[in-house]
Design a protein around this ligand. Structure first.
Ligand code: FAD
Length: 391
């Protein structure tokens, strides 16, 4: 169904998640009406939550709808604090930032800050005047203070290194330097990247690329069993007839620190498991009439006022307080701000005709709470969660 946004799941027995799901309420963005769809089984595949942060590689639809919907219906979540930030998103666009692949660093690209770049360039000049081989930029990288692997360290370490460097220097980005590399090799190996960089007059092998981290992938999500079935919040069972696959699910396969490129494989494997389970265990058809959305009679609904500033406030809070490097003070501050926002949006939600904006903002707020709660409950730094109070 085109232009149709799932809003909430319908339980077979209201208040009894273990009895399963029998349908979904959806917002038809064309007619602006909420429709009731019955379903013998439902597979949630709504993707990630990157829109919680001001800077993300994720598409605009990554608003955590599936996590929020299933959570409201009694599903458990897991590892929500494990958010992967990609270290090298191109830092010159207003829109969705372009991702500079790790393969560029694999071919020898090096991350430098402004100081490192200046020092390296000066040493290169010095070498030219002396007629000797210019030095490699590697040893000028601030990332060496975080790992002997420097720019080639794992995503979490490089992202943390850049984050700290930007906070300390006040700079907006670091540089990914490729001018010491073979220019033909770069053009042949990264033609798509060069096509994108052309828009900004940047050339691989010549120009230093401005980069900064961006929210990229949520490792946590709906806590599912081996067939992709979400567990109930009390941990005692699963939600019948409900499945979650892809980024919305937390299968445990990524541990606490996803390796690049594993998620599509995980999505395919768990999609197959879920499909096979549904085929082998056909759900009972839904025969009873489903309740209409808001059949419990709320006030007369009106169009809501603009909520763009509320979304901006949420993203701002998550970006500054619940980013790559966290501490308890900032997490608690974020929790307080988001609780206030939640109250405001709840009032609007209850009195308004739905819109994509309010459906998504409500979900984002719910997911933000879950990320912060998990982060505050953690007692050790592991994988993608790093809290300076736990060092
Ligand atoms: C730039 C980038 C590069 C990546 N590169 C790799 C890579 O090389 N290898 C790898 O393994 N992974 C990679 N990933 C991660 C991987 O692409 C994602 O994890 C994966 O695409 C998620 O797939 P999904 O099906 O779970 O969600 P998505 O592909 O995001 O699909 C979700 C769908 O659900 C729809 N939807 C959302 N909410 C609702 C709603 N309420 N109602 C109805 N529909 C809804 C959306 O419109 C969308 O169509 C990359 C991610 C990004 C952002």
């Amino acid at each position: 169904m085109k232009n149709t946004l799932a809003v909430d799941l319908i339980q077979r027995q209201h208040g009894k998640p273990e009895d399963g799901i029998c349908g979904v309420w959806c917002f038809d963005q064309t007619t602006k009406e909420v429709i009731t769809l019955s379903a013998d089984a439902i597979v949630i595949a709504t993707g990630g939550v990157g829109q919680l942060w001001a800077k993300t590689t994720n598409p605009s639809v990554a608003t955590g709808d599936g996590v929020a919907m299933a959570y409201r219906s009694g599903a458990a979540v897991k590892d929500m604090a494990f958010i992967q930030f990609h270290p090298t998103a191109l830092a010159i666009e207003n829109g969705r930032p372009f991702l500079i692949t790790e393969a560029l660093r694999g071919e020898g690209g090096v991350i430098l800050d402004y100081e490192g770049l200046k020092s390296w360039q000066e040493e290169c000049k010095h070498s030219f005047t002396k007629g000797i081989e210019p030095p490699s930029p590697d040893k000028f990288s601030f990332t060496l203070a975080f790992s002997d692997l420097g720019s080639m360290a794992t995503r979490d370490i490089v992202a943390r290194a850049i984050d700290q460097n930007l906070k300390q220097t006040g700079n907006k980005y670091a540089f990914l330097v490729t001018s010491h590399l073979d220019k033909d090799m770069l053009m042949n190996s990264f033609p798509n990247m060069q096509n994108h960089l052309d828009k900004y007059n940047l050339k691989l092998g010549y120009d230093d690329l401005p980069v900064s981290p961006a929210a990229h992938y949520i490792v946590g999500g709906l806590d599912v069993d081996d067939f992709g079935r979400p567990r109930t919040k009390d941990g005692q069972g699963i939600i019948e007839h409900l499945y979650a696959i892809g980024e919305v699910a937390c299968t445990g396969m990524h541990g606490a620190n996803r390796l690049a490129s594993n998620s599509l494989l995980e999505a395919v494997v768990f999609a197959d498991k879920a499909a096979t389970h549904i085929i082998n265990n056909p759900p009972k058809s839904v025969t009873h009439e489903l309740p209409e959305w808001r059949a419990d009679g709320l006030d007369i609904l009106t169009e809501h006022s603009p909520i763009v500033n509320d979304l901006a406030m949420l993203k701002d809070t998550m970006s500054s307080e619940v980013g790559i490097v966290r501490n308890n003070g900032r997490l608690n501050r974020a929790a307080r701000r988001i609780k206030l926002l939640e109250k405001e949006i709840d009032i609007i939600w209850k009195s308004s005709i739905p819109s994509r904006q309010i459906v998504e903002l409500r979900n984002l707020i719910q997911v933000a709470n879950l990320v912060i709660e998990d982060a505050l409950l953690r007692t050790e730094n592991r994988g993608l969660h790093f809290n300076t109070d736990l060092v």
